[in-house]
Design a protein around this ligand. Structure first.
Ligand code: AMP
Length: 486
């Protein structure tokens, strides 16, 4: 195995890595760093969580530190990313890795006032980390000059194009000198990325950290078949049963994220949401509360989740399955970071079975089914030979939307199909332990490893381990809440 010492990086960078506790390079670093050190372009297939930031940041810092900057300190390296969170994350890593170097970097992104960014640019920076929109804005106003860029990084290129930034990227490419070192990282390799790579990269070295290598090694994955209307209860059971103190829940919509976070908080699970409609300040605050353990669960939409770099995330819940299989890989990559292990749960309702087919095809294997849970709904399981993609006949966004009357009808039946007089009863469930008690015991308990299910069996739903003494106040409250539902 290669060590950082063998990569011929500047001693001051090695010192910083040592301080961070990095012992050996990750696979993406092992392959990318020597190519970049040798001055080559690189096309990397790797997702966040693999250590790709250091893979491009370290050799660029090394090169910049070995040259004397021209007077006025022009921008010599540009790192372009699709989201503000990711930009901030890269900026933070650059400060850590370059802490002993006489180099300056700054981060610019939209959604916040531009004057502090303009001030930082005026002082002169060697490395600029930016999102495309704000970069072009500031360039148009004459605050950014890219004529001296020697190193260019296009990070999360697939996401960049998905978000409609392809014209902006082309414009930015034209603002830089032709002779420069280029690096492109993408989690997936759709056709559009192939042609962008052809235009942008010169004789690149390919580095491919495939999804399987990046995820399935360390992340245990489960799927539950469940009615849409039961997803919330299943989530609460799993959050409590697993005593999750650092989990991310993915929903399809911003509204769904907001609503779910509020519902979790209401039943005593500290939760917050993060999505594109929230102001930058609110997002930063939510992230900080999650990082410091005040909030156990972050409910997120995909775009907002990019760049969430919290090493201790133990659980990821795909509350809504994504319609693009690659997004599933991105999402579960939020856990199992920096060599840790993680658990990923996917909830699949009847309208989402085609998405599951696509995901399993990309993974190259089936995800283990959690059948031993009280909301198991066999009809959501993909049919033999089912094609990937949307299930015909279901509106986008799910089978049992409010207003169709369908969800309500389903809730009036128990799992055996018997009518419940308009009220769902769960006589098959043992009373649960008090939620507050659970929370208290979880507080401050965050560990590197998730509370995983016993080997060979799926995680036990809470009702099987509940105390037999009778309902606690919380359980009573919860049962009342259920009965109150429409
Ligand atoms: P990234 O994929 O760049 O977002 O990195 C994921 C996480 O891995 C970050 O928290 C890094 O601090 C951490 N990391 C990166 N490289 C290493 C390494 N060689 N050893 C240990 N941790 C690392």
């Amino acid at each position: 195995m290669t060590t950082f010492n063998e990569l011929e990086l500047d001693e001051r960078i090695l010192d910083a890595l040592h301080g961070e506790g990095y012992r050996t390079p990750t696979p993406v670093q092992e392959e990318t760093i020597p190519a970049l050190m040798a001055g080559r372009d690189v096309m990397g297939i790797a997702q966040t969580g693999t250590g790709k930031t250091a893979a491009f940041a370290l050799p660029i810092l090394h090169h910049l530190a070995s040259e004397k900057p021209a007077s006025g300190r022009p921008i010599r390296a540009l790192m372009l990313t699709p989201t503000r969170e990711l930009a901030a994350q890269i900026g933070e890593r650059l400060r850590v890795y370059g802490q002993h170097l006489p180099l300056y970097s700054t981060v610019i992104f939209g959604g916040v006032g531009q004057s502090p960014q303009v001030k930082a640019l005026r002082r002169g920076v060697d490395i600029l980390v930016a999102t495309p929109g704000r970069l072009l804005d500031l360039h148009n106003q004459g605050h950014v000059e890219l004529g001296d860029v020697e190193h260019f990084v296009l990070d999360e290129a697939d996401r960049m194009l998905d978000m409609g930034f392809s014209k902006d990227v082309e414009r930015i490419l034209r603002l830089m000198p032709e002779r420069r070192q280029n690096l492109m990282f993408s989690a997936t390799m759709p056709k559009a990325i192939g042609s962008l790579a052809n235009n942008m990269l010169y004789d690149p070295v390919s580095v491919d950290i495939s999804p399987e290598e990046a995820t399935t090694d360390r992340i245990e994955q489960y799927v539950s078949f469940v009615r849409k209307a039961d997803k919330r209860e299943l989530l609460i059971d799993l959050l409590e049963g697993q005593m999750v103190s650092c989990g991310i829940v993915f929903t399809r919509t911003k509204h769904g994220a907001n609503r779910l976070a509020k519902q979790l908080a209401k039943v005593g699970i500290p939760a917050d949401s993060i999505h594109g409609d929230k102001s930058q300040t609110a997002r930063t605050k939510a992230l900080a509360r999650f990082k410091n353990g005040e909030v156990f669960v972050l409910v997120a939409t995909d775009i907002a989740s990019r760049g969430i770099d919290v090493e201790d995330v133990t659980h990821v819940f795909n509350y809504d399955l994504p319609n693009e299989p690659e997004v599933y890989i991105h999402r579960i990559g939020r856990t199992g970071r920096a060599g840790r292990e993680g658990l990923a749960y996917a909830f699949c309702d009847e309208s989402e079975s085609g998405y599951l087919v696509g995901i399993q095809r990309l993974l190259g294997h089936e995800i283990e089914v959690l059948e031993d849970q009280p909301y198991h709904f066999e009809k959501a399981r993909p049919k033999p030979g089912q094609k990937p993609g949307r299930v015909k006949g279901f509106p986008v966004g799910g089978a049992s939307r409010r207003g169709t009357g369908r969800g309500r009808e389903m809730r009036r039946y128990n799992r055996g199909g018997q009518k419940q007089n308009g009220q769902r009863q769960r006589s098959d469930k043992q009373p649960s332990q008090g939620r507050q008690k659970n929370n208290r015991s979880r507080r401050g308990q965050r560990s590197d490893q998730p509370n995983r299910p016993a080997k060979g069996r799926p995680p036990q739903p809470k009702h099987r381990r509940g105390n037999q003494q009778g309902r606690s106040n919380n359980a009573n409250r919860r049962s009342k809440r259920r009965d109150d539902r429409p």
